[in-house]
Design a protein around this ligand. Structure first.
Ligand SMILES: [Ca+2]
Ligand SMILES: [Ca+2]
Length: 155
């Protein structure tokens, strides 16, 4: 066997190298996606907590959760960006700037304000939520945060 025959890779060797690189790349991409998805979920929880803090501070001043005189159900799919905008405007006017209108997946936050809803019973909950990584409302990956529970006296 001459030196010239061993100087380069054979096609089979090259194919094996390409396949191995491809497998490593696929493993890396899957791992990276898992990390970034966890980071987005953490970000969503953090932003929901910021909303809750601002909403409760607003209620301490105005006696109800924002916006004044409005209660609505967030169980639309996707959530209602226009109405969420009223909440963000109300909170922004109170000095709570920088609340993102969208969750880390680009969907508006959902908001179910039962705080002063006359048709809701005592114990009804008010929640803010992200529809989660799958961008579909009402399933297991939704991220929901309890803001308040309606008291018997109401508003
Ligand atoms: Ca309200
Ligand atoms: Ca979902």
């Amino acid at each position: 066997m001459g030196i010239s025959k061993r100087a380069g890779f054979t096609i089979v060797e090259l194919l094996i190298v390409v396949v191995v690189i491809g497998i490593l790349a696929a493993i890396t991409i899957v791992a990276y996606n898992g990390v970034t998805e966890q980071a987005r979920i953490s970000q969503a929880n953090s932003e929901l907590a910021s909303f809750k803090k601002a909403m409760l501070a607003y209620k301490a001043v105005y006696g109800e959760l924002p916006p004044i005189g409005d209660s609505w159900n967030y169980n639309t799919d996707p959530p209602d960006c226009t109405r969420l905008g009223y909440v963000i405007d109300a909170l922004s006017a109170e000095g709570y700037k920088g609340l993102s209108p969208q969750d880390p997946w680009g969907n508006c936050w959902g908001y179910d304000d039962n705080d002063c809803n006359t048709s809701s019973a005592a114990g009804a909950t008010t929640r803010i939520k992200s529809v989660g990584p799958d961008s579909v409302n009402g399933n297991a990956d939704d991220i929901s945060l309890l803001v308040s529970t309606k008291e018997a006296a109401g508003c």
